[in-house]
Design a protein around this ligand. Sequence first.
Ligand code: DC
Length: 222
Amino acid sequence: MNIAIDGPAGAGKSTIAKLVAKNLGSIYVDTGAMYRAMALFMIKNNVDSGDIEAIEKTCENADISIVYEDGAQHVILNGEDVTPFLRTEEVGNMASVSSANQCVRTKLVALQQKLAKTTSVVMDGRDIGTVVLPDAECKIYLTASTHTRALRRYKELLEKADGDKSKVAALEEIEKDIADRDYRDMHREHSPLMQAKDAHLVDSSDMTIDEVVREIMRIAKK
Ligand code: DC
């Protein structure tokens, strides 16, 4: 059984998908990490986010694969494990831009489909239910209000900075960043973020992590 979880940035997809995968004994596949690895490669090669030709050319030289260690996904970029470098704002913003490129998408969708062929997966991203796994047995569109998502991100960053507010961007700035990223992800030409027709909508704005996991397990078992 494959479960597709799509939704905007900061909706809690990875946290939830990991727990659902654990409950079901499935493999968790974080597709955002693959787009982030590609973005990191663009940054390392000094590619300008507006230079479509350079994005396409650079994409051809990126070899991205996935390995699992103790159940955790690691992304290998041209032979190097880049997992620790993927979750920065810079990489996230570049990923939102470079992922709009069809060359990037074709390469990574093929990798994602190959992974789901051999094993049961819980896969999260933006186009899993619509493009990558259109036949997934269970599709979830997980969202939350922009403000809630920004607040969650702010708290996460503050925790990482040991509570030092001076090291963290203002909440309004984070909220604007999230709104910009939503707009780009939802309005791009190729595989824009949207709720698949047969996906169940779960709004986690006023739900705890446990409640969301239980709701998805209930839907999956139907
Ligand atoms: O989920 P995330 O924040 O790690 O994703 C980073 C970017 O990658 C996101 O802004 C859009 C892109 N992405 C995508 O286009 N398709 C996916 N299936 C997953 C992520």
